[in-house]
Design a protein around this ligand. Structure first.
Ligand SMILES: [Zn+2]
Length: 437
């Protein structure tokens, strides 16, 4: 991931008078050998709290963009021992956490889907809207017609918006090009935004839906199309993609097609992700987990075999409350996943159709109130566990050596952020120790 020159050699930032510091550097919250019996939920919640680790009356020291010290004020290093220039800032007893990590977004698109918003809310289904040429396909048309510059500007704007809302690391998927060349073009634009470095970006090559003009999965045109996506994987990797993702569902890729695409990604060393079991059960979550997928996403309709495979293989479940709420889908039972020993992350799924939000704190509140996460589990899901999914172990945690990405909240405790249903509580954001809000 990029580390722009403008953020290097910034001296030292010392945040003092921290009421509660959420470090997230305790022991791992996931225990795959845990019992499923009575008390399993309480034990999991306790493990999450220990993993999240809150320090009261704390101090945070960031030197040249990297955390030097995160812990009790009483043990903090003396100021004269720190690299110049030293800036000391009081946070006035507020809560301090790592920068948030959004592990699932579709931030690169053009066009407007506001009409569809009303249509859907007044009764049209996702599939009906798609069948009428709306949905993903209308975004594909607008994205294809937009210039590189227009797409870059809108992506840049969304990344900066995310940063203002505390997101310092963000996954960005392609997916509104459909054809290999068009998806590779989107990767080039994502790479450009990544190099600008406003936010740490993790690019994903998404095989979203097959173009409907190719016909059903049994046509030779469609089979040829899947082969052409697989053949584009080395170029996607060369353009900076670190993951491959495929949307497997009715109206999207079949399970066999999705497996072909994931296997191509695996052959070329990409992390595997899968939009799985969202509208209909296909069995892809289980198959992708067995193949070693880093994450499966949505999983509203996952079955026990899928959960067991995910727990066994150590894949991360990305729950996406924005899409569940917007599309009125079955609400996934996060406790069922946690009881089985599955690691859970939360994403905004930001896209113009089914989840138009970049508000991760709201996703945390929804995951707590609707899906059964405790507040510590919700915090892990947008920091440490999201970082594990994206493969960036120095993010989502505040300990010596971690990225100096920090959010100061107008809140007394981590729990209050989850309680406040998306209230704008962010007071300051630092990236690599530099204030960006
Ligand atoms: Zn998605």
């Amino acid at each position: 991931m990029s580390f722009p020159a403008k953020l290097r050699r910034m001296g030292t930032l010392v945040l003092t008078e921290i009421g509660q510091l959420l470090t997230l550097d305790g022991p791992d919250a996931v225990d795959r050998t845990q019992s499923h019996g009575p008390g399993a939920d309480a034990a999991a919640v306790k493990r999450a709290e220990q993993s999240a680790r809150v320090v009261s009356n704390a101090c945070l020291v960031i030197c040249d963009g990297t955390v030097r010290y995160a812990g009790p004020r009483s043990d903090a290093p003396t100021l004269h021992s720190l690299p110049d220039p030293v800036r000391q800032e009081s946070v006035g007893g507020r809560l301090v956490t790592p920068g948030l990590i959004d592990p699932h977004t579709h931030l690169i698109w053009a066009g407007d889907r506001s009409e569809e918003f009303d249509l859907r809310n007044c009764g049209a289904s996702y599939q009906e809207i798609q069948a009428r040429g709306g949905g993903i396909l209308s975004t594909v048309r607008a994205t294809t017609q937009a210039s590189d510059e227009v797409l870059l500007q809108s992506l840049r704007k969304r990344l900066r918006y995310a940063l203002q809302r505390g997101v310092t690391t963000c996954e960005v998927k392609t997916g509104y090009g459909l054809y290999p060349e068009a998806e590779l073009r989107l990767l080039r634009i994502i790479r450009h935004a990544q190099e600008e470095g406003d936010v740490d970006v993790a690019p994903t090559f998404l095989c979203h839906v097959p173009p409907p003009e190719l016909g059903g999965a049994d046509t030779s045109e469609r089979q040829q199309f899947v082969r052409s996506l697989c053949a584009a994987v080395p170029q996607a990797k060369a353009l900076g993609a670190t993951s491959i993702d495929v949307y497997c569902d009715a109206g999207a890729f079949t399970r066999n097609e999705a497996m072909q695409i994931l296997q191509a990604g695996q052959q070329h060393g990409l992390a595997l992700r899968c939009h799985a079991e969202q509208f209909t059960y296909t069995g892809i979550a289980e198959h992708a987990a067995r193949l070693g997928a880093r994450s499966v996403e949505h999983i509203e309709e996952i079955d026990e075999a899928g959960i067991a495979a995910l727990a066994h293989a150590g894949g991360v479940a990305h729950l996406l409350p924005g899409a569940v709420l917007t599309l009125r889908l079955r609400v996934p039972d996060a406790r069922r996943l946690l009881r089985a020993g599955v690691r859970v992350a939360l994403g905004s799924d930001c896209n113009p159709g089914s989840s138009y939000t970049q508000n991760l704190p709201l996703m945390m509140s929804l995951a707590c109130t609707q899906m059964g996460l405790s507040s510590a589990e919700a915090w892990l899901a947008v920091t440490r566990h999201a970082a594990q999914s994206l493969g960036c172990s120095d993010a989502g945690v505040l300990r010596a050596g971690a990225r100096g990405d920090v959010v100061v909240w107008d809140a007394d405790s981590p729990r209050e952020v989850c309680q406040r249903l998306g209230d704008p509580l962010i007071q300051r954001v630092y990236r690599r120790g530099v204030a960006v809000r």
